[in-house]
Design a protein. Structure first.
Length: 398
């Protein structure tokens, strides 16, 4: 039983963070905290500028890898556009739909209607189930008309995850078809540069030629991003070199600002859990290692015990032979059989293990390549683990 006098200590957080929200995924900061994307901000602002004066926003397609600021810039600029519209006695509403969470036309249309209700702060019920996608869109058009919304901007994040193009088609035709009096535009965000090629010809022809590509951040930009968030920590909490180290690692490995911010936050959490007063470079290393273990855990979630034995065998071979890197199927099979027997499992056939290794290559866990074996040997397949073998073994041990 917890002593009543000590109960408050259960919720003690220490002094590492002063405003941890600044480092959380999904937080949309003020526009002046968004750095390294001046040209992109200006381009999105230009597309939305007509809407701030009651005109039609230009539909824009934004491409780029994860963590390059696509969603952040879109949401920040749209929020600023709404504020600017008010100064011109114009009502601009917006909705943000993460299509990776709402992949069907019906779910995405429902979320659009719910987001519009939240943005306008109106008392309107949007049913969770029981009606069709077109019914949800009709609710959206009715709200726009009932509240005299001059312009409506819909941000469709990861739009390539949607099952079809019907929602985007409806948005581009709503005013033309007389369903909504508002000017409607969309900001379509995709990680796939070929997204537009997948659109049907009729829809593609109706879109403006507004396309932006967000390049990965470099070390200087990531460092600036992190420095604009360091007030998330208490005074003097970050040791010298922490921010530069996080920025250098992020720029070298992925150029993903989102991961960099998350790494800084996780380093802070580790120091907090250890009841320390300072976040050091060692906490950064530990945070990076933990993130890699978690990433690999997600990759192998749901895999069979035999797949895990195969990956452990490859990881152990890699760790024992650091200069080699890639291994023939037969070598991996021998190591796998030994592990499977130790675990009390009957080993699969070598052909089955070969096929499972190829599946892991498809998932991005391993890499398989044909290699020449020299005179008399012919070519054979070698497999290489994509990742630190110690990380893989640790993840498989959980």
């Amino acid at each position: 039983m917890v002593d009543t006098d000590d109960r408050s200590s259960l919720f003690e957080t220490g002094d590492i963070f002063s405003n941890r929200e600044l480092l959380r995924v999904g937080h949309v900061p003020e526009l002046d905290r968004v750095v390294g994307r001046d040209q992109e901000i200006a381009a999105v602002g230009g597309a939305l500028a007509p809407a701030t004066r009651g005109g039609p926003p230009e539909t824009t397609i934004i491409y780029g890898k994860t963590g390059t600021g696509k969603s952040l810039v879109s949401r920040c600029v749209t929020r600023e556009a709404r504020i600017e519209a008010k100064s011109h006695d114009t009502t601009l509403a917006y909705a943000y739909v993460d299509c990776s969470d709402y992949q069907s036309e019906t779910k995405a249309s429902r979320e659009m209607a719910r987001q519009l209700v939240d943005t306008l702060g109106v008392d309107r019920n949007v049913p969770r189930i029981g009606i069709s996608a077109s019914d949800y869109r009709d609710i959206t058009w009715e709200i726009l008309n009932d509240y005299d919304v001059d312009a409506f901007v819909v941000i469709l994040d990861e739009i390539d995850k949607l099952d079809d193009d019907e929602l985007l088609r409806s948005l581009t035709r709503a005013r033309e078809s007389g369903k909504a009096a508002s000017h409607i535009g969309a900001v379509c965000i995709s990680n796939k540069i070929e997204y537009r090629d997948r659109l049907n010809e009729r829809l593609d022809s109706s879109l403006q030629d507004n396309e932006l590509v967000f390049d990965p951040y470099d070390a200087t930009q990531i460092r600036a991003i992190l420095e604009h968030r360091i007030d998330a920590f208490g005074d003097g909490v970050l040791a010298d070199g922490v921010v530069p180290k996080v920025a250098a690692i992020a720029a070298k490995e992925h150029g993903d600002a989102r991961k960099a911010v998350d790494t800084l936050y996780e380093a802070g959490r580790l120091a907090e859990k250890q009841n320390l007063e300072t976040v050091t470079a060692a906490h950064v290393d530990e945070a990076v290692h933990k993130a890699e273990v978690n990433r690999f855990e997600r990759l192998i979630t749901g895999s069979t015990p035999h797949v895990q034995h195969i990956l452990r065998a490859l990881a152990l071979l890699t760790a024992k032979n650091p200069g080699k890197g890639a291994f023939r199927t037969h070598d991996i099979y021998d190591a796998y059989c030994s592990l499977a027997s130790t675990e009390g499992s009957s080993p699969l056939s070598e052909d089955r293990v070969y096929r499972l290794l190829k599946e892991q290559a498809f998932l991005g866990i391993t890499e398989s390549n044909h290699t020449g074996g020299g005179p008399g040997e012919g070519s054979y397949l070698e497999h290489r683990l994509l990742g630190d073998p110690e990380v893989v073994v640790e993840a498989l041990s959980k």
